[in-house]
Design a protein around this ligand. Structure first.
Ligand code: XMP
Length: 322
């Protein structure tokens, strides 16, 4: 197994790190082209800035609209990077992802479907068209740990699983952030000139809202969790927490609406205090905030009759529900 030497956030010298990684990226890519996918999270944003520092126009950056991102996310991220002088192209791949997710209920099978669609189908095609031989990716050490430990297969981890991306997908993957954890990436992102809205941004999982839907991720169910996510993010914006989220459950429960029985849907809210995502505790939200959340969920998200707040710690929970 490959051993990766961790660089702790407090030991990180961002300017040195930037110089070292830029040199490595330039040497690996040579005169060729590289490609990367930006999701707007702190990891992929930091990689995008690093790659552009190292390669300039020779790095082609794409935002893959997989249909499972949050409200208006693709357009908002692309405009933000435009202001930073980085051109990002949006690829509409919504149909391909929903087709791949069709009929799948198992969490690991969902991750696998997303991985295959992303790397083989959508991204594989882009890489071929662009003639890039290298793919830059924001894998961090926590992704590797959890995949190797068999807890969750992070969709961006290959070599640690014994998969050779060159053989499987036809390109080489460069992972300049692999020695860092989230707190280190935030420090780096700030040093790279990204705005606070990015370097302080909450983590968001690779499988996006499909990780927030228990059971099948259909367009309708994704829309339900997207609405619930907007409400959670609006209501908890002022709370100091590591991450907050809404989860759509597969079970239905009996409720009542307009004096009629309504066998409705359940939303679970999670809000975590954590430093590096390895351990986490539920934030002690006030009951006023919880009541406001419940009130908006049942009024604004069609079909929801039950709203719960998770109070278990990680471990044994994980932060995402699938
Ligand atoms: P878990 O759920 O493993 O999440 O406790 C730890 C942190 O990693 C983020 N994250 C992911 N989680 N699959 C996941 O389950 C992914 O592909 C992924 N990518 C990132 C998660 O949001 C949490 O901050």
């Amino acid at each position: 197994m490959i051993t990766i030497e961790e660089i702790k956030a407090q030991e990180l010298n961002p300017q040195q790190f930037i110089a070292d990684r830029c040199k490595e990226i330039s040497e690996a890519v040579g005169e060729g082209l590289a490609i990367n996918a930006l999701s707007g999270g702190v990891d992929s944003s930091a990689v995008t800035m690093l790659g552009h520092k190292a390669l300039g126009e020779r790095l082609k950056t794409y935002f893959i609209d997989n249909g499972i991102m949050r409200q208006d996310e693709p357009q908002a991220i692309v405009s933000l990077f435009k202001e930073l002088g980085v051109k990002v192209e949006i690829i509409d791949a919504r149909d391909a992802f929903f087709q791949a997710l069709k009929g799948i209920n198992d969490p690991e099978e969902k991750r696998e479907a997303i991985t295959q669609t992303f790397y083989k189908n959508v991204f594989g095609k882009l890489v071929k068209e662009s003639q890039a031989k290298h793919l830059l990716q924001g894998t961090i050490l926590t992704d590797v740990d959890e995949t190797v430990a068999g807890i969750k297969r992070q969709h961006n981890v290959f070599e640690q699983l014994g998969i050779d991306p060159q053989a499987a997908f036809g390109y080489k993957i460069l992972e300049p952030l692999i020695q860092l954890r989230k707190d280190g990436v935030r420090k780096l992102a700030e040093a790279l000139g990204l705005p606070a809205s990015i370097y302080n941004r909450m983590p968001f999982p690779g499988p996006a809202l499909s990780a927030r839907v228990i059971g099948e991720a259909t367009p309708e169910r994704i829309e339900t969790v997207r609405l619930a996510t907007t409400i959670v993010e609006q209501e908890l914006a002022g709370v100091q927490a590591f991450q907050y989220m809404a989860i759509l459950h597969a079970d239905r429960v009996t409720g009542m609406r307009n004096k009629q029985r309504d066998f409705g849907q359940q939303i679970e809210i999670r809000c975590w205090d954590s430093v590096d995502a390895r351990q986490a505790r539920p934030t002690r939200l006030s009951f006023e905030i919880l009541e406001k959340l419940a009130d908006r969920m049942v009024k604004e998200v069609p079909g929801v009759v039950s709203v719960t707040y998770n109070i278990a710690t990680k471990p044994p929970s994980t932060m995402e529900a699938i």
